[in-house]
Design a protein around this ligand. Sequence first.
Ligand code: CO
Length: 150
Amino acid sequence: MNLKNVCAATLSFALLGSASAATCDMEIEGNDAMQFNKSSIEVPQSCKQFTVKLKHAGKLPKAAMGHNWVLTTAADMQAVATDGIAAGLDKNYIKAGDTRVIAHTPVVGGGESTSVTFDTNKLKADQSYAFFCSFPGHSALMKGTVKLTK
Ligand code: CO
């Protein structure tokens, strides 16, 4: 094998390596119009942990247009959102000790960012999951699907 072939082999191996490596984080934005910029999130099974970065791209304060990112099963979403209303902003609109919540960020206001990292072994491949904002009323629009992928 000459030097040129070695280089070509190394290069193609590096390209294949980066193509198959899973991305274990993602960014999602909320805005002042009560919207997320994504409606579905895929979590690669090969990631041990997955990080969701939430950016509030708007200008309104969190008391008026706060956003968080909450992960539950699709079946639990509505009840978790309803129970979160009573918890209030100080508790990020999450009921204390709510074991249905798989992961959540704090509530942020315009211009702020936050993130949450969770273990992917909390998700099952055959289960439907949802993400949403638990600020009162927001989950009607601010929601989407989460799926564990191979
Ligand atoms: Co919100």
